[in-house]
Design a protein around this ligand. Structure first.
Ligand code: NAD
Length: 308
């Protein structure tokens, strides 16, 4: 079967979903961007006489993410008009529109059960041959494919983008045991030739390659900081500008990634390892408290740094 991506859908419009949608729009691929339906109306919506039944409210999460693309730095879009290629929607009213796309990329919260229940819904509406991929940071692709139809399983794999998707070159492609070789071949070529990425094929091991190393490095840095009494500013300097890396180093990187997401990603490996290796992947208590307080990084306005 010859594959072609004429239209795509991105499920989840958070930090990564909105960035991936922008990257596709920059290339000229129309994207449907879907997110969950909010359960409450905001005061501003109420003031406009809107209720939970209104489409504007039901599409609010994806719509707000699209608007944010204009304000983010570094800019996710190459031109403002690219926004026209991104259509916002919600996962209740617009799920059937997935029958009309060639590639669905899932970019929702890093949780196996939540992702599996999303694939069940996608499996029910996608047309045969539609490629479905996950942007998971490290959950088993095999575990996510389990229980799906044969055609879904053949067309399912991991496509792991890095943050921010417009700028970071790496794309990990992670086949499941069930993924058809021609699908892996197609996504690798598409990733390199169309998305402009450097593709690395990774095995389906916890956190794959880059995040296995990256999470380890960050957690060891956090532990050293605590044990040796370094400050956040000191660590960010010596792991950033002072050694020639851009300003986003340890803590700024964690703020950009999202502390909640980082903790889920660390747990992916923690749950699958034991002994000394496992101990490294336990997130520090202070980070757990920050997440409990809602200080989850740039997306909430407060992380290690306040968002300017
Ligand atoms: P995020 O928290 O910014 O966004 C998650 C989105 O999922 C939100 O828009 C939310 O409304 C939606 N969502 C929540 N519950 C849902 C549900 N039950 N059903 C459907 N949608 C739901 O997260 P993110 O940082 O964009 O991460 C998304 C995925 O990308 C995760 O798998 C994460 O591990 C991976 N990832 C993140 C980064 C990063 O730097 N943040 C990098 C690479 C990969």
């Amino acid at each position: 079967m010859a594959y072609q991506i004429r239209k795509a859908a991105v499920i989840g419009s958070g930090v990564m979903g909105s960035g991936i949608a922008a990257h596709l729009a920059n290339i000229g691929i129309p994207v449907l961007l879907l997110d969950i339906v909010p359960r409450e109306v905001t005061e501003a919506e109420q003031a406009k006489g809107l209720t939970l039944e209104d489409r504007a409210v039901r599409n609010r999460i994806a719509t707000a993410s699209i608007q944010k693309l204009l304000k983010q730095k570094p800019a996710p879009l190459t031109a403002k008009k690219n926004l026209d290629l991104i259509t916002p929607g919600n996962l209740e009213d617009d799920l059937e529109k997935l029958a009309d796309v060639d590639w669905v990329v899932e970019v929702i919260v890093e949780n196996l059960d939540v992702k599996k229940s999303m694939y069940e819904k996608i499996d029910a509406v996608r047309k045969p041959g539609t490629i479905v991929s996950s942007n998971t940071s490290g959950i088993s692709i095999d575990a996510m494919a389990e229980g799906r139809s044969e055609d879904f399983s053949k067309h399912f794999l991991g496509t792991h983008f890095f943050n921010p998707p417009r700028y970071l070159k790496l794309l990990e492609v992670i086949p499941a045991a069930s993924t058809a070789p021609e699908v892996v071949e197609f996504m690798t070529a598409f990733g390199e030739d169309v998305l402009g990425k450097g593709v690395v094929i990774a095995k389906d091991t916890p956190n794959f390659i880059a995040n296995r190393i990256g999470t380890y490095g960050l957690l060891v840095t956090l532990r050293e900081m605590q044990n040796r009494g370094y400050s956040i500013g000191e660590v960010d300097s010596v792991t950033g500008p002072l050694i020639g890396r851009p300003k986003s180093a340890t803590f700024r990187t964690l703020d950009v990634v999202g502390l909640d997401t980082f903790m889920h990603v660390a747990k992916n490996v923690y749950d699958k390892t034991e002994g000394e290796e496992q101990k490294v992947f336990e997130a520090p208590e202070f980070m757990k408290k920050m997440v409990e307080n809602g200080w989850i990084g740039a997306k909430s306005g407060q992380g290690f740094f306040l968002k300017k």
